[in-house]
Design a protein around this ligand. Structure first.
Ligand code: S3P
Length: 438
């Protein structure tokens, strides 16, 4: 695998993946610890923080909000908390880059402030739907403006003179970003703010807010989370678990390339995120999860994967939020599995960093794949031989990595163009893969 000057990645099939590795810290958790640390009293020390572009955008936004942050190592930082009422009006527009988590969670936090703030991001962020957070936040009393009646960024949030009102949001989408934005605004509302989801999305906000000292309750229906307003949050010292969404690319690559055996140490295996393990096993994957332990209130384990003959499966329903970010690479696994795989109920993929359904179908077809696009998913016909091709990332980190994995199995050379986006979530992806193939 070679990186070229024009940020293309060239991949040739060949050697198996063998050995041990770690993956960078979890992206969702890195964002949240930095943000909650800013709202806490005292210092928060974060180890194995993901220094990817998305989380660096969160750090930069917090700094513009007056939060002191010091790097003590390349993946370790100190956040000097300012307390719930201590953020300052930013003198500049807050630029979230490519990060949906940054803009949506910050909307929740900024909705409760007494000052003006404006948020924007790159072209992908400015296309993505924001109404899902701005609408409930407006119902809580926030004054939010933006393009298309606050459906798209740039967004402007005008300071509150009074308190936000607590809300019970019954959300139509299982989205951790929506849930988190409302729960975070709930920190600035008197009483309990509640969010009910159609099925459960990643629960890092709930776990971490509790670790910082907030009162957070899961109600008896299992789908409703409630947070009490105006907690006293206290800084924490924690290590971020390895990102299972980054590990997924290695898990699929090692499953597919024969002769592979890889152990990934310290991966987060939160049950709201572990769908990739469930599905790969159902496809016949050889995956062992060992040495389970808890880090920062999150389950963590070492995962060993060996190559195996995979077969097609149906992926749909409640498991979708547990593997939503892993669908691009699971589609690649399906291409090399026996039989057909159907992915349904995944319409959310159309509003990620790119329209992942259209982009996957389009790019994989360039390699000779038999893939059909559905409104809410994909049908992938496995067992075809892929040929190396020139494919495009569309500026989407998970598409770039999924295509690189496909390239490991294709005949000839694959070039993935425009891979600077890899820095969003997995800086060192190409290096890690090469190290394992040595
Ligand atoms: C994330 C939630 C998910 C996920 C994204 C990160 C988070 O998005 O796809 O990569 O950190 O809360 P949605 O909330 O839009 O489902």
């Amino acid at each position: 695998m070679t990186k070229t000057k024009d940020t293309s990645l060239r991949i040739r099939p060949g050697r198996p993946l063998r050995g041990e590795t770690e993956v960078p810290g979890d992206k969702s958790i890195s964002h949240r610890v930095a943000m909650f640390g800013a709202l806490a009293l005292g210092t928060t020390r974060i180890r194995r923080f993901l220094p990817g572009a998305d989380c660096l955008a969160t750090v930069a936004c917090l700094q513009k909000l007056g939060v002191g942050i010091t790097w003590v190592a390349p993946t370790e930082l100190l956040v000097y908390g300012r307390g719930l009422g201590g953020l300052q009006e930013p003198a500049e527009v807050l630029d979230v880059g490519n990060s949906g988590t940054t803009i949506r969670l910050l909307c929740g936090i900024l909705a409760g402030q007494r000052f003006f703030s404006a948020l924007t991001g790159d072209a992908s962020i400015r296309r993505r739907p924001m109404e899902r957070v701005t609408k409930p936040l407006r119902e809580m009393g926030a004054a939010i403006f933006g393009r298309e009646n606050a459906c798209r960024a740039p967004l402007a949030i005008c300071g509150q003179t009074g308190l936000l009102r607590p809300l019970h949001l019954v959300s139509q989408v299982a989205s951790a970003q929506v849930k988190s934005a409302v729960l975070l605004a709930g920190l600035f509302a008197e009483g309990w703010t509640r969010v009910t989801e159609p099925c459960i999305s990643r629960d890092h906000t709930e776990r971490l807010l509790a670790a910082f000292g907030a009162q957070v309750i899961r109600e008896d229906d299992g789908l409703t989370m409630a947070v009490a307003g105006f907690p006293e949050l206290r800084g924490v010292d924690l290590e971020v678990p390895g990102d299972i969404s980054a590990a997924a690319f290695l898990l699929v690559a090692a499953s597919l390339v024969s002769g592979s055996a890889v152990t990934i140490r310290g991966v987060g295996v939160n049950p709201t995120r572990d769908g990739v393990l469930v599905v790969l096993r159902e496809m016949g994957g050889d995956i062992r999860v060992e040495n389970r332990r808890e880090v920062a209130g999150e389950p963590v384990a070492d995962i060993t994967v060996k190559s195996a003959a995979l077969h097609g499966v149906m992926i749909q329903g409640d498991i979708i939020p547990r593997l939503i970010d892993e669908i691009p690479v699971l589609a690649v696994a399906a291409l090399f599995a026996r039989g057909t795989t159907e992915i349904r109920d995944a319409g959310e993929l159309r509003v990620k960093e790119s329209d992942r359904i259209a982009v996957l179908a389009g790019e994989l077809k360039k390699m000779g794949a038999l893939v059909e696009e559905l409104p809410d998913g994909l049908v992938v016909h496995g067992g075809e031989t892929l040929r190396g091709a020139m494919v495009e990332s569309h500026g989407d980190h998970r598409i770039a990595m999924a295509l690189a994995v496909a390239g490991l199995l294709a005949r000839g050379e694959t070039t993935v163009r425009d891979t600077s986006c890899l820095d969003v979530s997995f800086p060192g992806f190409a290096f890690t893969l090469e190290k394992l193939r040595r």
